[in-house]
Each structure stands twice: as C-alpha cells, then as structure tokens.
Write a protein that binds this ligand. Structure first.
Ligand code: ARG
Length: 473
C-alpha cells in the first residue's frame, strides 16, 4: 500500500472521491470496480445529461453565466472529439462520468469543478442509461419491422400454396404457407410494442435525486426533464438511486424477442431439412461440412437459437443481482450495463441474421402440397358429416375408424371408392371426396384469424398497413 500524495488536477488517476482517503486504492480492488471499458458506450449520454445539468444549476444560481458558457462550449468540444475519434474515449478513469469530468476540468479548470454541484453519480448513471435505451431501442424496433416486412413479402410470394400445420410436431390440418409465415410476424409485432413500453418505462428524469435524499439546490426538475426529452420526473429520490426496473423490462423484451427468433429458427431448421424440404435454404445462408460433402447446414439459424440462451441468461442474471439489494445505490447495480449492452448487441445481430435467412428462402410448393394431403384431412371429413346432421362426437368416431383402416391398408381418403364412402356412413354423398382436399379444407374456414384464403389476403393487407403506420411514426 502506498501513502497517498495529494493529487494534482493534472494527474489523470485523480478519483472523484480522493479527498476522504489516506491511501491510494489497491490497484486490484480498484481495477475490479472500474466500469470505463464498457460504460464508455454512455459517453454521448453523459455529455448530454451534463449539459442539461449545467443549465439547470445556472438557472438555480449555482453557476455564473460565464462558467455556464465555458462548460457548454467545452462539453460540446469534448463530445465532438469523442465522436470524431471514438478510440480516444479512454483513460485510467474509473467510469465514463469521471472521464467526462476530467476532460472538462482539463479544458476549463474550476468552472469544470463546479459542474457536479448538487449532483451524484448515482442519479447520473441511471440518467445516462435511460437516455441510452431511449436512443437505442428504435434501432431494435427498426430491425423488428424489417423482419416483419420480410415475412409479409414472403407470405405474398407464397400465394395459395398449402402446407400441413403441426401440433405435437405431428401433422394437424392444412394451412396456407402464407398463414404459417404470418404466424411468425405476429409475435414480432408484439415485440415491437413491448420495446415501446420498455422505452416508456425508461422515460423518467432521475436528476434532482442527489445521491439518495434529493438535492439542496433549487433545480427546476420539470424544465430539466423536458430539456432532456423526458415526459416525467421520478417519484422518489431513494427509489431512483437503485431503480433499474426499466433495465429488467428491456432485458425481458430482448429475451422474449430472442425466444421468438429461436422458434422461427427451429421451424426453418426443420422445414429446410431433407425430411421436409418445404423451404429451400439459400446457399448464401448455409455452411458446408469439412468432412461430409453433401451437407448444407443452417448455421445462422442454429446460432440465433443458441444465442437465445445468452439473452435469457442476461435477464435471469440481472433479476438475481437486483433481488437482494438494500434500498439506495449499491455497486452491484453496475452490472446493469454489460447485461444491457450484450443483450442489445445479441438481439440486433440475431434480427439481422434471421432477416437475411428468411428473405432468401425458396418455397417448395410441390413438397408442401404433397405433404398437405392425406389423413390430415380427417377433421374436414368429420366436418362434412356434421354438415349432414351427424353429431360431431359420432362423426369423430366414424372418421377415426376410417383412418384406422386406411392406415392399415397404407391408403388415404383419395383412394376410397364411392361404395367405400357409403359403407363408412350413409351420410356420405357423392361430393364427399371433394371435401377431403387441402384446398377445400382451408377454404372452409370462416373466421378472420383463420387460414381461409380471403382472410389471409386481408391479413397481408392489414400487416402492410401496420408496417406503414409504424414506419411513419
Ligand atoms: N460506475 C457506476 C455504476 O455503474 C457509477 C455510479 C457510481 N456511484 C457510486 N456511488 N460509486 O453504477
């Protein structure tokens, strides 16, 4: 342990809190607590928040006009320098807040030393992260819109192609390929709205909270909030110093989006495989095997599915960090940033990769049509009997027996002769075989959310309108 020598302002290692301490920090303990290597992503937000704070404390009579001007000019120059050369935003500083303050003091001396009056890093770091999320969430939403658009485009291309749908991963009923594709657009639309809500949650000004008890300078928090684009001020300074619910909500939005992307990936891994080949994976979206020449592997889809684990881990990890904290700021909260940045990066690259793969998918109509015929039409045959007055339970039984026999003979409904239909039930007329086709099956549906072709066409139109409304906004 070395004895501390009074730090000169020029010494870069000067900490924001050195005054109270006899000795310089143990390098290992200090390095352990350093967040600058990752919180430098908040650089722009820290400067934005600091400029607004400077004006607030000038208006509160803390800063002179001259000091305020000097601080504004210096912060503007610091921001420009950092943006021009992002790699220059580095140094021995504990965190980005210390970095910005050091740079400011280097430029304007004592005026810079006055900026932190009445402000704490506890409220500052939460402010920065709120500004960051509100600034970055729109990029995730744009990527979601692009993926939704890709599904809608592909649904349009699919036209009237039919395919089997599955429950329990066993053939259930015929659907339009377009209906299946739109079934993946729907959750992504909910994700879009979920991110909007996460952004709303971050929409509250923390400044004025001080370290925990509030600030003793007459800061106009409402004016400060509107200057920074916040619609409201936090309710309680103690809560504000440790509230990271908005981080949890963001991580939840990411986690659920990744769950959806993982399920999309899973579907296309299965449906592009040799056993189905409903969709053709573009060579551009696949990789080969170093040993097996025939292989075309869906690596990007697998990696998206794999990364969902990481995103769920970030949410779980962060909730675990939050759960035992006593009221007020605790250093544990510093873990919020790596979780946020990693989750953000993960969802952005996964959305881009998913879009790249889906946009290049080919639809193998012949295979989907063929797979959509056969015994999965059993429900439609039962519905035919119901239309002829047979109670559904009875119809289910009759058709179940037919299926059992057909299975034993290796045949399906299309192989039945008129006499065989009649033998199964008097209620079958000559038109019974027409009811047992995939196209009749989808055409028979009657609800707006169904796979009925007109309903699906309307759904494509509605999706386009939704996309337009979100693109305008
Ligand atoms: N790097 C810190 C964090 O991320 C900034 C806040 C520091 N506050 C404090 N009281 N040590 O949470």
């Amino acid at each position: 342990m070395s004895t501390r020598t009074p730090d000169s302002p020029e010494q870069p290692a000067d900490r924001l809190w050195s005054g109270r301490f006899d000795t310089a920090p143990d390098p290992e303990a200090f390095d352990f607590g350093v967040s600058f290597p990752f919180d430098r992503r908040l650089f722009e937000d820290d400067v934005t928040g600091s400029q607004a704070w400077a004006t607030a404390i000038r208006d509160a009579g803390v800063l002179t006009e001259a000091d305020h001007e000097a601080i504004q000019a210096a912060l503007t120059a610091i921001l420009a320098a950092g943006q021009a050369d992002p790699a220059s935003v580095t140094g021995p500083d504990e965190d980005v807040h210390s970095y910005v303050e050091r740079k400011l003091v280097e430029r304007v001396g004592d005026a810079g030393r006055r900026l932190h009056t009445g402000r704490s890093r506890n409220e500052q770091v939460s402010l920065d992260l709120r500004l960051y999320l509100r600034r970055r969430i729109p990029a995730i939403q744009q990527a979601l819109l692009a993926l939704v658009r890709t599904f809608v485009d592909l649904a349009e291309t699919a036209g009237d192609a039919v395919m089997p749908s599955y429950t329990h991963l066993r053939k259930a009923q015929p659907v339009l390929v377009a209906h299946f594709l739109l079934s993946h657009a729907a959750p992504l639309r909910r994700d879009f709205e979920r991110f909007a809500r996460a952004s709303d949650e971050a929409d509250a000004l923390t400044l004025g909270s001080g370290a925990i008890a509030g600030t003793s300078y007459s800061v106009d928090t409402a004016a400060l909030a509107s200057r920074l684009g916040f619609s409201r001020v936090v309710l309680n300074s103690m809560d504000a110093s440790s509230d990271r619910d908005y981080v949890a909500s963001f991580l939840y939005a990411v986690a659920l989006t990744m769950v959806h992307l993982s399920r999309i990936a899973e579907d296309f891994i299965i449906f592009t495989g040799e056993e189905h080949l409903f969709f053709e994976l573009s060579d551009a979206s696949a990789t080969g095997s170093s040993m097996m020449p025939q292989k075309k592997n869906p690596d990007p889809l697998e990696l998206v599915r794999g990364k969902s684990g990481r995103a769920l881990g970030r949410l779980t990890g962060w909730l675990t960090t939050m759960k035992a904290l006593p009221t007020g700021y605790n250093k544990d909260l510093q873990e919020d940033k790596e979780a946020t940045f990693d989750a953000e990066q993960t969802v952005l690259v996964s959305l881009a990769a998913s879009r790249a793969v889906v946009s290049r998918l080919g639809i193998n109509r012949e295979r989907t049509e063929r797979a959509a015929s056969g015994l999965l039409l059993a429900t439609d045959v039962a519905d035919y009997l119901v239309r002829r007055g047979v109670p559904f339970r009875r119809a289910h039984e009759i058709v179940g027996t037919m299926v059992r026999n057909l299975l034993a003979e290796g045949r399906d409904f299309s192989d039945l002769s008129p006499a065989e239909w009649k033998a199964a039930s008097d209620a079958f007329g000559d038109d019974a075989p027409e009811a047992a086709t995939a196209r009749a099956s989808v055409g028979a549906k009657r609800t707006p959310q169904s796979t009925q072709p007109a309903a699906v066409a309307a759904a494509i139109g509605e999706s386009r309108q939704w996309l337009a409304s979100k693109t305008r906004a």
